[in-house]
Design a protein. Structure first.
Length: 276
């Protein structure tokens, strides 16, 4: 998976991102998340990247599930546990079963997109990714934004490592002085990272203006390895799969809105209702 052509990786990432929006059933979203996670693991990422993925995945899943479980407002609502019981003028703070289910669905969407994005970024060299994006018929401004985002991700990770190393040298240990102090310290880490990112973006903008960069000009043709025919057919099949899912979801939406209904499509409606 790591040696695929950059365009094939872009198609895979685009398909996973699109399906994560179109699909609604937990089973289909779980399979999509497993497929995206498999792509990421088969690219054999480094240990630090695996730790980053694990941290982001856990915080995403648990954060969304807990927040939706506590603040779910739709009905029906099945109360599992109340942290603050309801009062006369207070609805209470309770964990809702349906909120957990809704949060699980949303977290699976983000987990699938996260794994696909990390697979694209970590398995493709910055130079090759830049050449692939620059060869697309897009304005240079869009190409620059895409490449700059990928280019500065390792720099941000390295800056975060240096800040945390400085905290450890000053004697900081998580949870040693309580949860509140730990949260306050962890949030304070982002201030120097944000200020440094703003400073670097200004330096990059000044350099581009000095060189007369035109964001609307077409991209330059750079050397890019040929796209294998087998991967072209695979990418075309994946794009057709995504378009097919989009078409059946549109037909099902028209059926729900009572705009268009065809009795011959009843098996298709059942397929979308149960699995998509």
């Amino acid at each position: 998976m790591k040696n695929l052509h950059p365009y094939t990786k872009l198609v895979l990432s685009f398909l996973v991102s699109g399906l994560s929006v179109l699909l609604d059933r937990p089973l289909s979203l779980g399979l999509l998340a497993l497929f995206s996670l498999g792509l990421f693991l088969l690219s054999r990422p480094e240990g630090r990247i695996l730790k980053t993925h694990l941290f982001l995945a856990l915080t995403t899943v648990w954060g969304i599930m807990i927040s939706q479980g506590l603040f779910y407002q739709d009905y029906p609502r099945t109360v599992l546990l109340c942290l603050l019981p309801p009062g006369e003028h207070f609805s209470g703070l309770c964990f809702i079963k349906e909120g957990f289910s809704y949060g699980l669905i949303q977290s699976l969407r983000l987990l699938a997109a996260l794994s696909a994005g990390l697979y694209l970024v970590t398995s493709t060299s910055r130079e090759l990714f830049f050449r692939a994006v620059a060869a697309l018929p897009l304005p240079r401004g869009l190409t620059l934004m895409a490449v700059s985002a990928v280019r500065f991700l390792p720099a941000v990770a390295e800056n975060l490592r240096l800040v945390r190393q400085a905290l450890r040298l000053r004697g900081y240990r998580p949870l040693r002085r309580g949860l509140l102090h730990t949260l306050r310290t962890e949030l304070s880490v982002f201030y120097p990272l944000i200020s440094l990112a703003v400073r670097q973006s200004r330096i990059l903008a000044d350099a581009l203006l000095t060189r007369g960069f035109d964001p609307l000009s077409p991209g330059r043709k750079l050397f890019l390895p040929s796209w294998p025919t087998r991967e072209k057919w695979l990418s075309a099949a994946l794009l057709l799969l995504g378009l097919a899912v989009l078409a059946v979801k549109i037909l099902f939406w028209l059926y729900l809105q009572e705009v268009f209904y065809a009795p011959a499509l009843r098996p298709l409606y059942a397929l979308v209702r149960n699995y998509l």
